[in-house]
Design a protein around this ligand. Structure first.
Ligand code: NVA
Length: 323
């Protein structure tokens, strides 16, 4: 643990050299509370259920996450794994008192809430450090009057941060980001058509410099496209998902098909069953690496959700000089 860890990740596509892959241990279906109720779709089979997830589903998810980690390691990427914590316990702090926490997302989603994992990741760089800080903040605010944001609503494009205004990031939170990252340009986006605007990574996915795929049911409005158009970036509709419904006890949508992990500007990991998304990326000139992960979706999402960049080879660049 004394090894110095350098955090350097300025965008979503530079060559990945070091990453965290989550674990499913101890995950729960969260207990009801108002913020969660707003996030779980009305027709979800999770409604009315809470408590630890069944052991065989945890084991299966862990098998898939372990395989994903090995695949990345075989490609020369350093992979860290979080230390599992017990999620089946009470949360109590100033604004928030929940008898049974039962979070389902922490262990497999280091992007979001893996607060206990290696505080020494906190470095002077923007990137994972800020993700962790932002996420910590999330636990200490619960009202519209206070800044609320979630790292999974934020995309990094070098000097520009693109932040989704939705259920998990409010305008106060975006103001907070603007104040704290005055050396960056922070842009607010939203995606009409998304009934549960939570986490940007099944909606708007950068593939490489100049190219983004956008969920065709949640298109970025014309008025918000200027930044990209003025700088010759292409935003194209993503392919359709291969499934009509999410797997059991999963509160994400079928658009986890777009929740991919870009390894470098020519290589991308896509969930194995998502044949249409793979085909589209193949046609766009990417080498597509299929990764089986669907049975881990219920634990908090897809390939992007269950990973957190630590190091991508590259520097801070200005991709949008024409503001
Ligand atoms: N709100 C998104 C979350 C994806 C990680 C969806 O379910 O489509």
């Amino acid at each position: 643990m004394n090894e110095k860890i350098v955090v350097n990740s300025w965008n979503e596509w530079d060559p990945l050299k070091h990453v965290i892959v989550g674990k499913a241990d101890g995950c729960c279906i969260p207990a009801p509370e108002p913020a969660l109720d707003a996030k779980v779709p009305e027709d979800s089979d999770m409604k009315g259920m809470h408590g630890p997830r069944l052991k065989d589903t945890v084991d299966k998810a862990n098998d898939l996450l372990n395989n994903f980690a090995s695949l990345l390691e075989k490609r020369g990427i350093k992979v860290d794994r979080p230390v599992p914590i017990n999620h089946n316990q009470k949360i109590l702090q100033n604004y928030f008192n929940k008898d049974k926490n039962m979070k389902h997302e922490t262990a497999p989603k280091p992007r979001l809430t893996d607060l206990d994992y290696r505080k020494d990741y906190l470095s002077e760089k923007i990137g994972e450090k800020k993700r962790l800080e932002w996420t910590e903040k999330k636990y200490f605010v619960t009202t519209e009057e206070e800044p609320l944001f979630d790292a999974a609503d934020i995309l990094r494009f070098g000097k520009d941060l693109v932040v989704q205004h939705g259920f998990t990031t409010n305008l106060k939170g975006i103001d907070w980001l603007k104040r704290h990252f005055s050396n960056h340009r922070v842009h607010t986006v939203n995606f009409p058509g998304d009934p549960y605007p939570i986490h940007i990574d099944a909606t708007f996915t950068p593939i490489r410099e100049g190219l983004i795929i956008n969920n065709p049911q949640r298109r970025l409005p014309k008025s918000q496209r200027k930044l990209f158009e003025n700088n010759d970036w292409q935003i194209i509709d993503s392919a359709q998902p291969a499934h009509n419904s999410p797997p059991p006890l999963c509160c994400s949508s079928v658009w986890l098909s777009m929740n991919i992990l870009v390894l470098d500007p020519k290589t991308v990991c896509v969930e194995k069953s998502e044949i249409y998304q793979s085909d589209q990326l193949d046609k766009l000139g990417m080498e597509v690496i299929p990764v089986e992960l669907r049975d881990a979706y219920a634990f908090g999402g897809g390939l992007h959700c269950c990973t957190a960049d630590v190091y991508r080879e590259g520097e801070l660049k200005d991709y949008f000089p024409n503001q």
